[in-house]
Design a protein around this ligand. Structure first.
Ligand code: 5AD
Ligand code: SF4
Length: 390
């Protein structure tokens, strides 16, 4: 029995893909092992959202190639695989196969081709029509927590972001399938599910099947109510796209105790000028309005965000606006990133005027602002009892 070791970088969608690949490989007679040294096959699920993430692939392949007596079969899947395709064979020696983000159902076929002696095995094709999205039977990262993809891909094309190119256009999964999966997960004893997607709240399935009896201003808020009705203990969802964030999502959270009181709403910048260059589709005013609604909610809702510092042309004044936005919103936590130019994106063609040194300084300064604001905000938990999943 061939042993496969899977290593995953990047977002929850990659984690979820890896879980389903592991499941299908196990069903096809492979042994999925947590021990990289004993593996016959190493599969690396890659991320290309920032340059640093992409470099991890180069480092890891080098280690597998050089530090093991017998080189394992090495496969690359995920976003770097999709974007680079066959060129990866020239860029990194030791790779045996490349699998795109839609071809994850055919990993076993690619492995077979490698063992049959084929070189340059590449599959960047589309999903099989009968691709099994099911996560209920998947090998999961936790027995208590499950990631449930509800929408894949992205149509937004923010100018800095590679995701629309690596993951393709938005495809929503059928609501009845999602609900069936959640019911099965609940039966298995899963306590918490995360509905995931690059933009979960842009959820728009082809048919209403499964949602007919649930009210809501958007298909997403109807899905939230439908999933809440399954009775599973805890439901989280991310990431939300600000422009599509309808206040009815907050109503749904207030109505259903099992919808966790947390929203992740990436602001990216506090400057309208930068937001426009980023093509985010929201102004800082329209974003603040959504935050105001969230803060007025009858349930205390935790709020987190993503912010990019040093976008091309970001001035000191723009950066000041971002600091002000952080103070205004009072985030429970924020992921701050230094802008990383991604070849193929529109922003890559813009003059990257902010030096790396300046990006670092802005990163540290913003982190300081966020830490102070966060400390203040977290005081509200002092003396309170809350339920957590350990
Ligand atoms: N540079 C830096 N950060 C980026 N992100 C996406 N693309 C880039 C990039 N080119 C960040 C955004 C997004 C998060 C997942 O990654 O903040 O919300
Ligand atoms: Fe990237 Fe923007 Fe799509 Fe998010 S919404 S994945 S930042 S293009």
């Amino acid at each position: 029995m061939k042993k496969v070791y899977l290593e995953t970088f990047g977002c929850q969608m990659n984690v979820s893909d890896s879980e389903r690949v592991a499941t299908s490989l196990a069903a096809k007679g492979f042994e999925v092992t947590p021990n990289e040294n004993s593996a016959d096959i190493v599969l690396i699920n890659t991320c290309s959202v920032r340059e640093k993430a992409e470099h991890k692939l180069y480092t890891r392949v080098g280690q597998f190639r050089n530090y093991r007596e017998v080189k394992p079969v090495i496969g690359v899947m995920g976003c770097v695989a999709q974007l680079e395709g066959e060129t990866l064979f020239d860029k990194i020696s030791g790779i045996d196969f490349v699998i795109g983000t839609k071809a994850v159902g055919r990993v076993a076929d690619a492995i077979q081709k490698v063992y049959d002696g084929e070189s340059g095995v590449t599959d960047l094709g589309e999903r099989e029509l009968d691709y099994d999205w099911s996560v209920a039977d998947a090998q999961r990262h936790s027995p208590y927590v499950a990631f449930v993809p509800i929408i894949e891909g992205c149509n937004k094309f923010c100018t800095y972001c590679i995701v629309p190119f690596s993951r393709g256009r938005e495809v929503s999964l059928s609501a009845s399938e999602i609900i069936r999966n959640v019911l099965e997960l609940r039966r298995q004893g899963v306590k918490e599910i995360h509905l995931i997607g690059q933009n979960v709240n842009s959820y728009r399935p082809k048919s209403d099947s499964g949602l007919e009896t649930f009210h809501g201003a958007t298909p997403f808020s109807r899905l939230l109510r439908a999933v809440a009705a399954t009775g599973i203990e805890r439901i989280k969802f991310n990431t939300s796209f600000p422009r599509d964030f309808h206040p009815d999502i907050i109503d749904a959270i207030n109505e259903h105790e099992n919808l966790c009181n947390w929203v992740h709403l990436p602001v990216q910048s506090g400057s309208d000028r930068v937001l426009k260059m980023m093509k985010r589709g929201h102004t800082i005013e329209s974003y603040f309005k959504k935050i105001d609604k969230l803060k007025e909610s009858s349930r205390d809702i935790a709020l987190t965000t993503d912010i990019i510092v040093g976008f091309p042309g970001e001035t000191e004044k723009d950066f000041e606006d971002t600091k002000k936005a952080v103070e205004y919103c009072g985030y429970d936590s924020a992921y701050i990133f230094k802008y990383s130019p991604r070849p193929g994106t529109p922003a890559f063609e813009m003059d990257d005027e902010v030096t790396l040194g300046e990006k670092k300084l802005r990163f540290i300064e913003l982190e300081g602002v966020q830490k102070r604001s966060q400390n203040q905000r977290l005081q509200r938990y002092l003396g309170k009892r809350v339920q957590v999943l350990a």
